[in-house]
Structure formats: structure tokens, C-alpha cells
Write a protein that binds this ligand. Structure first.
Ligand SMILES: Nc1ncnc2c1ncn2[C@@H]1O[C@H](COP(=O)(O)OP(=O)(O)OP(=O)(O)O)[C@@H](O)[C@H]1O
Length: 204
């Protein structure tokens, strides 16, 4: 049998873990847990953003064998409060044209002009949807999402979930989705885990 797309082995730091799980192409693991339980720590360790021990494998190849920029192209982390480093969203879109992004913009209820507006002038919810587009524009194999719909109304939440589900189905994108909503976890997750006592526990 083919190895899992992502394999996480005893990943830990002083702030969380050891965490172990596998993720297949096209699969979503939804992660729930109390505030401060270590959900963001988990994502940051998988993304290689904090010092840690343990290992992560992508397509059977250990992360220690990947050049860091190549790893970060394939495994993309979206923070709960994403940072922006240029004035407009368009400048963050990994060279993808407005035309190429148009279907996603429309699906998320954003007009094409939102790409050209100053990011700072977008509403919190517009910025959050734009952050997801930026993550998808990088065409990762694995997307690590930290509460990506926290600022959205119910219709926009569903639009985000539907876009992600289509990308998982059509491209094999794999997702680790951190959320405070058990209902959302059940909608989007093929598997649910809870972070408790610095460990992952299967839910349901
Ligand atoms: N670099 C760090 N230095 C010190 N403490 C840290 C560091 N990173 C995380 N922590 C601590 O680890 C714990 C888990 O943090 P984490 O951000 O993962 O929580 P969370 O489950 O994502 O919470 P929330 O749902 O509120 O976002 C917290 O107590 C946090 O203060």
C-alpha cells in the first residue's frame, strides 16, 4: 500500500505533544480542543515553524531531508491571524492571475476588486477569506488551517468548507483543520481528534 501523504511521528516541543497521526491525500482531520490545549502548537510543529523533536514524513520522505523552502511550498500553514507583507492581496497570490483566481473569489463571495484593495481596508471576514485564497494559490499538498472561518457569517463558513471539499476531492489536497466548532468538525473532518493533556485523542 502507498505510504500516507503525511506521517507525523512523536512530534513535540515544551509546549505540546508528542503528537502522532497520518493523513492521506484528499483527507481532512478536524482538530478540536479547549483554548490553550495545544492545537496551534500542533500545526506549527508540522509546519516546522518552532523548534521541536520528532519527525514528519511527506510521501515517505522525512522532513529533515527536504530543503526548508520546498517543504513550506508543499505544507502550508495558515495562522489564525495571518500576516500580510504587501499592500494588496494580489501581491500575495504566488503569481496567480486575477482571471485564474476568479472562480474561487466568486465562490467565496469576494469581487475581483478585492484583490486590488488595500488589505488593511478589507473587512476582517474578507481578509480571512482572502487568506484562504492565498494559501490555496500556493497549491500545497497539505494545508494546515488554524480556525480559518472564525470571523465569518454562516453562509461564508459553508462556502469555505465547500471550496476546501472540492479541492480535496479534485486535487487530493489534505487538510488539518483546527476549529472550536464541533459541528464544523463533523461537517468537514473525515476524522476528528481532540487535543487534551498535550496529546491527540480520537473523537467519536
Ligand atoms: N513559544 C511559546 N512559548 C511559551 N508558551 C507557548 C509557546 N507556544 C505555545 N505556548 C503555550 O502552549 C499552550 C498551547 O497554545 P496553543 O496556541 O497551541 O493553544 P490553542 O489550543 O491553539 O488555543 P486557542 O484555541 O485559544 O487558539 C498555551 O498555554 C500557550 O501559551
Amino acid at each position: 500500500m502507498a505510504p500516507p501523504l503525511l506521517q507525523v511521528d512523536a512530534l513535540h516541543s515544551p509546549h505540546g505533544g508528542p503528537y502522532s497521526f497520518t493523513l492521506r491525500a484528499g483527507e481532512c482531520i478536524a482538530v478540536v480542543g479547549r483554548s490553550g490545549s495545544g492545537k496551534s502548537v500542533l500545526l506549527r510543529l508540522v509546519a516546522d515553524l518552532d523548534p521541536h523533536q520528532g519527525e514528519v514524513w511527506l510521501e515517505g520522505r522525512a522532513r529533515s531531508g527536504w530543503p526548508a523552502p520546498a517543504w513550506r511550498r508543499q505544507v502550508v500553514y495558515q495562522a489564525a491571524e495571518p500576516a500580510w507583507w504587501a499592500p494588496t492581496a494580489e501581491e500575495h497570490m504566488s503569481g496567480q492571475t486575477a482571471g485564474a483566481l476568479a472562480p474561487w473569489l466568486e465562490q467565496l463571495g469576494l469581487g475581483p476588486q478585492a484583490l486590488l484593495a488595500e488589505v488593511a481596508r478589507l473587512s476582517t471576514g474578507e481578509r480571512q477569506r482572502m487568506a484562504l485564497l492565498r494559501s490555496l494559490a500556493r497549491q500545497p499538498r497539505v494545508l494546515l488551517l488554524d480556525e480559518p472561518t472564525a470571523s465569518l457569517d454562516a453562509a461564508s463558513v459553508l462556502a469555505v468548507e465547500q471550496l476546501l471539499q472540492a479541492r480535496m476531492r479534485e486535487t487530493g489536497l489534505a487538510v488539518v483543520f483546527v476549529t472550536h466548532s464541533r459541528e464544523q468538525a463533523e461537517r468537514i473532518g473525515h476524522r476528528l481528534v481532540e487535543v487534551r493533556d498535550h496529546r491527540l485523542h480520537p473523537v467519536g
